[in-house]
Design a protein around this ligand. Structure first.
Ligand code: ZLV
Ligand code: CA
Ligand code: ZN
Length: 397
């Protein structure tokens, strides 16, 4: 009608409430909701908004969040402010606030922030449920560490669990895949007793030089959920522990082989992909050496199975590369290729310019940025895949 036609094929929806951008965890905190501003600017600059249905979802309500989270946790979360917080209050520590690391600070507008990103994941799940979309995207969500009564690892409300619970009203089997560099422990724990959700997480696992485990310290290959044979959830989790510095070809092979086997065996009727961008090379917290297109290969691979797909964000601590990756993956969903030269009219173009910021292009080489030595040998990875496929035999009965 207007010259720009929707490409035939997938109906993609983009669920985004811009109010999420204006929240700050604190100036030295690595989680920057501002990375979502950059992502949106790239998506708009490439004209991708004409190829998708755009939604500005309302914040989730207390009642909606209560489907997974405990009432007393939610009431604490909804009332606490930097002014009234009492760090020596036992409730404060028991709900995951304060402590040594202060991964989960109390900041102004916290409740607003969590209801916005959760509302967007629920809106995306809703679109898949009523078949208005084949692929629904929420880059502001993916906060996979939150537990029903505990904030953990920058995550307060588990929007992924809430979205999967909605998908379960219309789907017999939901597959959850997590390529954030951290283990998706909160989602795994929430569904540990269910055979209707299979959780698959790829992540860095191991102990550093100083004896500290990489956060959250769980997700070894032998962690497959409950061991009680009477538990329905037995064998419905698969964890792929990876060492520092994994490269594009290794990761693509690992992802394709293992994910393919899980999809074929479990045969999900919907898939949720948490696409945390902290698995990229040069991430402030991550340890891998992936380039943007290798990360996007995971989205392409999952998309190729043609199941209803919920694509959500997650970690990602080098904002310019988070934006590049999620813009690329939005294009993968709608089925277009983007030119490497960034459109010159982008607000905040400076964030992408200069050799240290990726030289004004969409696909800079991230291998050379703060490289981690590759500790993954072909032999280790083959053994890992063999063990992973072996673990899947639990699904047979
Ligand atoms: O990306 O780094 O390692 C989803 C997600 O998966 C820890 N927390 C805790 C346990 C004891 N440590 C604290 C060590 C701090 C090291 C310095 C930071 C600097 C400022 C603020 C936070 C961190 C930090 N925290 C780096 N890594 C952590 C992890 C939590 C990682 C959450 C990943 C979230 C959105
Ligand atoms: Ca992961
Ligand atoms: Zn992460």
């Amino acid at each position: 009608q207007y010259g720009l036609e929707k490409p035939r094929g997938y109906n993609v929806s983009f669920h985004y409430n811009p109010h999420v951008e204006y929240h700050h965890f604190g100036s030295s905190h690595p989680m920057k909701p501002w990375r979502l501003t950059l992502t949106k600017q790239l998506v708009l600059a490439y004209g991708l908004e004409y190829t998708m249905d755009l939604y500005e979802p309302r914040p989730a309500t207390m009642d909606e969040l209560q489907v997974f989270h405990d009432r007393d946790y939610l009431s604490f979360l909804s009332q606490v402010t930097p002014q009234n917080a009492k760090p020596d209050d036992p409730a404060y520590l028991s709900f995951g606030f304060g402590g040594e690391s202060n991964d989960c600070p109390v900041f102004d507008g916290l409740w607003n922030y969590v209801s916005i990103y959760s509302g967007a994941s629920m809106s995306a799940a809703h679109n898949l449920n009523n078949k208005q979309s084949d692929i629904a995207i929420n880059w502001s969500g993916g906060l996979h560490h939150a537990k029903k009564n505990l904030a953990s690892g920058f995550c307060y409300i588990n929007d992924i669990v809430l979205a999967i619970q909605l998908l379960l009203t219309q789907n017999q089997r939901v597959l959850y895949i997590d390529i954030d560099v951290h283990h998706g422990d909160g989602v795994e724990a929430a569904f540990e007793s269910s055979d209707r959700v299979f959780t698959l997480s790829y992540h860095k696992f191991g102990i550093d030089r100083n004896g500290y485990p990489f956060f959250p310290g769980t997700g070894n290959i032998n962690e497959m959920g409950p061991t009680d044979p009477a538990n329905r959830g037995k064998g419905h989790s698969l964890n792929i522990p990876i060492d520092d510095g994994i490269d594009d070809e290794q990761y693509k092979w690992l992802f394709k082989t293992v994910t393919g086997a899980v999809i074929e065996k479990y045969n999900p009727t919907a898939i949720v992909l948490q696409s945390g961008a902290d698995s990229l090379g040069g991430d402030r917290l991550g340890r891998f050496n992936l380039n943007i297109k290798a990360h996007g290969f995971c989205v392409e691979t999952v998309k190729s199975y043609g199941r209803p797909l919920l694509l959500i964000g997650g970690g990602g601590y080098t904002p310019r590369n988070v934006a590049r990756t999620w813009c690329h993956e939005t294009a993968v969903c709608v089925g277009t290729e983007l030119h490497n030269e960034l459109p010159s009219h982008i607000p905040y173009i400076q964030a992408f310019q200069g050799a240290e910021n990726g030289g004004g292009i969409l696909y800079p080489d991230l291998h050379n940025t703060k490289r981690h030595d590759n500790l993954n040998t072909q032999d280790n990875l083959h053994k890992l895949v063999t063990q992973a496929l072996e673990n899947l035999r639990y699904l047979e009965g």
